[in-house]
Design a protein around this ligand. Sequence first.
Ligand code: TPP
Ligand code: MG
Length: 336
Amino acid sequence: MTSEQLAWKIRRHGVEMTHLSGGSHIGAILSVADIVAFLYTNVLRYDCKNPKWEERDRFILSKGHAGASIYAALAECGFFSIEELQTHYADGSRLSGHVSHHVPGVDLSTGSLGHGLSVAAGMAYAAKKDGKKWKTYVVLGDGECNEGSVWEAALFANHFRLNNLVAIVDHNHMQSLDFNENTLEIEDFGSKWKSFGWNVIEIDGNNHDELKIAFERINELENKIPHKPTVIIANTIKGFGIPFMENDILWHYRFPHDGWEYDCAVNELHKIKPEGVLDIYTPNGVDNPSLPKENDDIGNDHTFSYTWNTNYPERMRRVCAKSGTSEKVHKEEEDK
Ligand SMILES: Cc1ncc(C[n+]2csc(CCOP(=O)(O)OP(=O)(O)O)c2C)c(N)n1
Ligand SMILES: [Mg+2]
């Protein structure tokens, strides 16, 4: 399975799982799907028949609210049955909304943001002390990086020269209620990591060619500037792959409801389905889909305010500018 194929399956399972359960965080799942898929197809060393294999790479999804993405990847990679995904969030299911270590293949339960990097740094430190070859990978949210504990762990990783630790930040510029810059600014993000002693690689995190280059570059950097931990700042779009969810904060908590929300989400995914992938739920998409009516809440701006930061990636500002609000904010700034 290619990383693109797995990413699509994660998106499709994510829509189904949140739809069935009424669970949140579809925007975060769609945002991180490419990163998770690339890790499970090209980077992590694991044995699905022996999830506790001592030599496995360790992996932590620190933004544990996107747990459905990991469950989908683990099921597709053979850790447990794909049918079990449909129990997500149900009473008694081990597939809890946030990532649980009771699930085979999960090293750490997460959901309370700000802990993953600290635990990952501890794992990497232990591996070094014990002379182990395995690496530790951790995926963080960018809003999560508002937590002070993240930066304490970043100091620790530099101090102990943890070159066996790789952090990937899903930098979608949003958190639960708004853009980062309207909540707690973290730019210039790369410079901050650099000043904490980390190697920094910045890419488009929804692009698999760039993900490939980033992971190859870790070894190159180790030869050039040895003994540093690495962070990949993966610029992504929250809701990526389903245009009406992209960069719309509504979809942090809202799930695809029955009717046009589910039907259109599925059919949007079918427009980008890679060759050779089977949709087990709706093989040909939804026939006769419900469509949004005039008064339905689609394409509206649910963020409290628009971003105007010129450091934001071009493609993101383009999306923000779509409704014209972006220009309005500029104008108001000039008038002040
Ligand atoms: C310690 C803590 N505070 C608050 C929350 C509630 N919460 C859940 S998701 C979220 C937003 C996280 O944003 P980000 O890390 O950028 O992840 P994204 O969904 O954008 O990928 C918040 C504040 C939490 N889970 N843990
Ligand atoms: Mg975010």
